[in-house]
Design a protein around this ligand. Structure first.
Ligand SMILES: [Fe+2]
Length: 176
């Protein structure tokens, strides 16, 4: 069981760091899509708060101790802390990668739990995989729509330039 406890402890720490990162991005995001992104990050950190409680209490049920030291949490987390220099696109990209990394890490825990016939643990981490898989989906869609918006804005600028060129040409012809 020791190997499984260690994996759960690392998952708890990783969730803690991702929760904190998502929460901080929720406060600090700026831009034209502010409200949508702020709301999405808000929904995600709120769910993660419950997930941390669930995994920690599950560890107590297994007679293992969840981490309570923030220093230790940062030492073992598989997820890196957030960066304060990212714009909204960078924040979404960072959270997308972290949620995907967490899902990948959970696969190994699920396999170890089933090997040890700890089916309640496998069930718990599979629920987390589904939740974070959904986060990946929503962040990906958000990223794609903001990328489309940027390319629409670029296209709009090009259209204005073309229109101005045509007007100039017409003016020149009129002058001749
Ligand atoms: Fe909030």
């Amino acid at each position: 069981m020791e190997a499984l406890y260690k994996l759960l402890s690392d998952a708890q720490a990783s969730l803690f760091v991702l929760f904190h990162k998502t929460w901080a991005y929720h406060w600090n995001v700026v831009g034209s899509d502010f409200y949508q992104i702020h709301k999405l990050f808000g929904d995600q950190y709120t769910s993660m708060f419950e997930e941390i409680d669930r995994i920690s209490e599950h560890m107590r049920y297994l007679n293992a101790k969840p981490l309570s030291s923030m220093k230790r949490v940062l030492e073992v987390s598989k997820i890196n802390e957030g960066s304060s220099s990212l714009n909204s696109q960078g924040m979404i990209q960072d959270l997308l990668k972290s949620n995907q990394d967490l899902c990948d890490f959970m696969v190994g825990i699920s396999e170890e739990a089933e090997k040890q016939k700890s089916y309640a643990t496998a069930n718990l981490v599979q629920d987390l995989m589904e939740a974070h898989g959904k986060n990946v989906w929503m962040l990906r869609v958000m990223l794609e729509s903001s990328e489309n918006k940027v390319s629409e804005e670029v296209q709009e600028e090009k259209n204005i330039e073309i229109e101005e060129e045509i007007i100039e040409e017409i003016d020149e012809q009129v002058e001749e």
